[in-house]
Design a protein around this ligand. Structure first.
Ligand SMILES: [Zn+2]
Length: 170
């Protein structure tokens, strides 16, 4: 007997898309309070998703997550990637997972949104260290070159693996 090829089976592919997974063999039961829908995943890349503080988590590597994805959060004029000092008073923000959404947010509020240097310092992103005088030139370079595309190539937005899956509430 020949089995049907389920990879070509439209209904299953649609379901997989709605679950927000393109990975085969990923059968975690879908829970919309913990897992991004396909629609939310697309919005995070293109427009951003409004989030309140209680929806955010800090992962074991100190990066930020919303549901089951790593994200950046735009609040005011800054894009934050960890819980820096100014995030302590955050009430709500715009979660994003791509440069397009970052760009759209900048245009929408008519002033540029720049990456938060304090966040990059806390993560020591690409060796950035605001405390070291001799690193000033390097720091400026890292900030100027920062893109979410590059950030997520180092810290993938999804899936989140067990070792970074430890979550702290915000
Ligand atoms: Zn910050």
């Amino acid at each position: 007997m020949e089995l049907p090829d389920f990879l070509e089976f439209e209904a299953f592919n649609t379901l997989r898309e709605r679950m927000g997974t393109d990975q085969l063999g990923y059968f975690e039961v879908f829970d919309p309070t913990r897992h991004l829908t396909g629609e939310e995943r697309a919005e995070l890349r293109t427009l951003g998703v409004r989030v309140v503080r209680s929806q955010l988590r800090m992962l074991g590597d100190h990066t930020l997550s919303f549901k089951n994805s790593r994200i950046g959060v735009i609040a005011g004029d800054h894009l934050h990637v960890t819980r820096c000092k100014s995030m302590e008073s955050l009430e709500e923000g715009l979660a994003v997972s791509g440069d397009e959404a970052w760009q759209v947010a900048s245009e929408a509020q008519d002033r540029p949104v720049s990456v938060c240097a304090d966040c990059l310092h806390q993560l020591r992103f690409e060796g950035l260290d605001l405390d070291k005088e001799r690193k000033q030139h390097h720091n400026r370079k890292v900030i100027a070159a920062f893109s979410l595309g590059h950030y997520f190539s180092l810290h993938p937005d999804y899936p989140l693996y067990e070792k970074t899956h430890v979550r702290h509430s915000f």
